[in-house]
Design a protein around this ligand. Structure first.
Ligand SMILES: C[S@@+](CC[C@H](N)C(=O)[O-])C[C@H]1O[C@@H](n2cnc3c(N)ncnc32)[C@H](O)[C@@H]1O
Length: 263
């Protein structure tokens, strides 16, 4: 039985979120989401207690630290503390919900095979949970990561010495990301939505000196929670990698094995 099936089953038996969490563990917000699909809308005392805990922790910890401490997603922490006036705010200002989509393994495998063996990679929009970080390490690469929730802003960061910069960047800052990558002048591969990618004048200017593109056999779905191991978002557009100095030709086509979601 998958995790979501187990949550549905326990919800139908009338178990509270707290009771389900004690059985299946993992992310509390994910349990709420699946449980509400079964028509159980009552949030119960647990959420209030959890929210209180998150608000208290947010006076002294970052989003990632809080999520780890209470066992919920970073997205949920953001939701709870959004309107509060304290230390977490500098990170929140840079947060956009449409950016919180996480890449499944099957969309990372196709780019890895084009990398030099034992290369040094910087994943600048990633935490330790990211499958880019985990899979590249598993394949013998040396990987460093950084993320806005850890107080590391890609646009201000000095890149570490590396062979490649690889990630799925925030969609809301696509043009700025490619402008900054051009300035840095290092080989890169960025997984982005291809709809309208070449329509903007600003991006024409950053791409015109030469890029490579990897297209897939089908659409990439994304996770909204690393812990779930399931695809929760199915965007109505194709994704592709836009690369520089990574692929052997300007256009590459790759099959996706959608059974491989997580490690
Ligand atoms: C589309 S998500 C992809 C996350 C991860 N790379 C993956 O594929 O699983 C982009 C991430 O970049 C983060 N982010 C947004 N602005 C950022 C910035 N200026 N610097 C670093 N990270 C940022 C977002 O919070 C979000 O988690």
């Amino acid at each position: 039985m998958t995790k979501s099936e187990k949550i549905r089953e326990l919800s139908k038996q009338g178990k509270t979120v707290e009771e389900i969490h004690s059985v299946v563990g993992g992310s509390v917000s994910y349990i709420y989401k699946i449980r509400s699909e079964t028509g159980k809308k009552d949030q119960g005392v647990f959420e209030t207690a959890l929210q209180r805990k998150i608000k208290k922790l947010s006076r002294s910890y970052t989003v990632s630290e809080i999520a780890e401490k209470v066992g919920c997603s970073r997205q949920y922490v953001h939701k709870v503390v959004k309107n509060q006036n304290h230390k977490i705010l500098p990170f929140i200002e840079k947060y956009s919900e449409q950016d919180e989509y996480y890449t499944p393994l099957y969309a990372i495998i196709p780019i890895e095979k084009y990398l030099k063996r034992h290369s040094v990679i910087w994943c600048p929009f990633d935490t330790e949970e990211s499958l880019f970080v985990r899979y590249f390490r598993m394949m013998g690469h040396s990987v460093s990561f950084s993320h806005i929730d850890l107080g590391q802003d890609f646009f201000e960061a000095e890149p570490p010495i590396c062979d490649y910069i690889i990630s799925n960047p925030p969609y809301s800052k696509k043009t700025e990301v490619f402008e900054r990558l051009n300035e840095l002048g290092l080989p890169y591969a960025m997984l982005v939505g291809s709809a309208g990618l070449f329509a903007a004048k600003a991006r024409f200017d950053v791409f015109k000196d030469g890029i490579e593109q990897m297209n897939f056999s089908s659409r990439v779905g994304y996770m909204t929670d690393y812990g779930s191991g399931e695809i929760q978002a199915h965007p109505p557009f194709e994704s592709c990698y836009i690369c520089k100095g990574v692929l052997p030709s300007q256009l590459v086509f790759e099959e996706l094995d959608k059974t491989k979601i997580t490690l």
